[in-house]
Write a protein that binds this ligand. Structure first.
Ligand SMILES: NC(=O)c1ccc[n+]([C@@H]2O[C@H](COP(=O)([O-])OP(=O)(O)OC[C@H]3O[C@@H](n4cnc5c(N)ncnc54)[C@H](OP(=O)(O)O)[C@@H]3O)[C@@H](O)[C@H]2O)c1
Length: 286
């Protein structure tokens, strides 16, 4: 029996399918509409999976501020529909959420039990999805919150920085937002482990360590030059968030506590973000 992955072109779904291979069935938005309970049930009834991993989400954080209905449809209603289906079908569901469910003011790592208080539409719709999942399927679900995800596939901060560093004479990067980057490969391994072992509960998965976007950008530049992905270093200047206004407010501090993850996912190795970045950039080079 296969594990169904909801999402096809996304960073996480790409890494999930690399791990699962023939043991996974990948359903993009052209294959399944998770906003329609009947259509969703017909599709999944036909596959009879052993578990479902939801890697789909409305992830355009700024666009969501003016597109709340579309964000809620996928991040809340879609999750609710998936959870309701899994409940009646007796299936285990792994779902991925975000650091943006927190308010970003704590100043020490957020534990899985901390109160959620999203600051923007994306965070609110994801938080509502979490609530729907946990109320419908508390005993047959794994909720994994993550942050700052990147992969060699898709659009993300690492690839944007590499492009801008090759094009611009200098860059300003925010230094007053702190979190932890996450290579989608490791996150995908955690999701597959949870689906295969039916590990239930709420967990946080990021890589190890802490940095600002500015620190992250400097590491991207250093490793990019070392690996021959960039020719020269350009000045990278730290700037406050106030100099880079965005429609959605970002959390200033969104480090996630992984104490429970280290215990429960002990067979998986949490790795420092810089090592993971280096591995992903080796892949980009190849
Ligand atoms: N990226 C980050 O920095 C970050 C940070 C924290 C948490 N997360 C969470 O991590 C998970 C994976 O994120 P990601 O970075 O892999 O996202 P992504 O690259 O933006 O991919 C989003 C996925 O969602 C699917 N999707 C979007 N709208 C859809 C719709 N209307 N109907 C069906 N499917 C739809 C896409 O489907 P198609 O394949 O069909 O296009 C795609 O596979 C998400 O739950 C996200 O909220 C991400």
């Amino acid at each position: 029996m296969s594990i169904v992955v909801i999402g096809k072109s996304g960073q996480l779904s790409f890494e999930l399918m690399r791990i699962l291979g023939d043991n996974g069935v990948c359903l993009g938005r052209g294959d399944i509409d998770i906003t329609q309970p009947q259509a969703l049930a017909e599709k999944l009834d036909g596959i009879k999976p052993s578990a479902v991993i939801n890697a789909s989400a409305y992830t355009a954080v700024d666009k969501a501020e003016t597109d709340e209905a579309a964000a809620a449809l996928i991040n809340t209603t879609g999750v609710q529909n998936l959870a309701a289906y899994c409940k009646q079908a007796g299936l285990f569901l792994v779902h991925v959420s975000t650091d943006y469910v927190f308010n970003g003011c704590k100043g020490s790592p957020y534990t899985v039990n901390d109160d959620i208080q999203p600051q923007g539409v994306y965070g609110k719709t994801k938080a509502d999805g979490e609530k729907a999942l946990l109320s419908l399927l508390p005993d047959a679900s794994c909720l994994i919150r993550t942050a700052w995800v990147y992969s060699s596939h898709g659009n993300n901060f690492v690839k944007t920085m590499l492009r801008l560093m090759a094009e611009k004479p200098q860059l300003g990067v925010i230094d007053d937002q702190v979190g932890t980057p996450t290579w989608a490969r490791g996150l995908a391994e955690a999701c597959v482990f949870a689906a295969q072992t039916k590990t239930k509960g709420v967990f946080h998965w990021t890589d190890e360590g802490v940095c600002s976007w500015y620190d992250f950008a400097l590491a991207i530049q250093e490793l990019g030059i070392d690996k021959g992905l960039l020719q020269n270093a350009v000045p990278v200047n730290p700037i406050p968030s106030s100099q880079y206004p965005t429609p959605a407010k970002r959390p200033h501090y969104s480090v996630l506590d992984k104490t429970l993850t280290r215990e429960t996912f002990s067979s998986l190795h949490l790795t420092h973000w810089r090592k993971q970045l280096s591995a992903m950039m080796d892949e980009l080079k190849a």
